[in-house]
Write a protein that binds this ligand. Sequence first.
Ligand code: ATP
Length: 261
Amino acid sequence: MFSGGIPCSVEIPKDHPRYKSLSMRERLAELAKEGVVTITGLIAHGRGEAFDYLLGERTIPEAKEAERVAVSYLLEAKNPVISVNGNVAALCPEEIIRLAETVPAKIEVNLFHRTPERVEKVIRHMEGAGAGRVLGRNPDSLLPGISSDRAMCTREGIYTADVVLVPLEDGDRAEALVAMGKVVLAIDLNPLSRTSKAATVTIVDEVTRAIPEMTVMVDELRHDPGKRKRMISSFDNRENLRRTIGHICRYIESQGSKDKE
Ligand code: ATP
């Protein structure tokens, strides 16, 4: 059954005001039972949901700008890699595959709560959604500066990547990737997170909105290297995050004054 593009087995009335959000929760809960998503992944999703409320659950102009810059980096890259964790695999596997094919970029599964069994489950889930080749089964390299298993990656993929797209990342790894000299493109609804602050480009948007939007932008920017370079050189991530936080503050203010009316 498909609820708002998110397949899940519980029937949620289409006219429910929280239809998309509820179907995403059901989907994550189902995949938590299968071991693709972890219990802490569910908590991380809740943190994301809270920030999405503060954005009005829509893609704000600052996020669109960051998405365009991120796509420009992906198209300029020699070895672009999309890093996938359990939540991302659960929420938008087909959309990730489409973006990876369109750029083209490699897909690598990298998990915080890593066991060989869980890596296999997440990779199988991506393959079941149509992915051709997914890296991560046989890590042969370690990211310096990370003591957990999260450091494990493949030389062909994340280790040698010049540009890495990290939807829903944790701060330690984002910082480690930046320290290696990589361009880090983060998708994170929390503009205050360590990941958001460390990344080269931070897209403060919900991942299931951001990825399809970026896929459309690939076609817009593919034949315009001049525009890509201009977008990259004029982008200031700190300034974009500052404007994003301003946007959130104004949105909260506007909601507060509506309540008084
Ligand atoms: P950091 O370590 O970067 O300070 P954190 O400890 O919150 O942040 P995680 O617990 O790994 O890191 O959480 C992942 C991040 O992903 C959270 O900041 C959350 O806001 C964000 N997030 C969760 N679900 C989504 C989603 N569907 N789309 C976009 N971002 C999301």
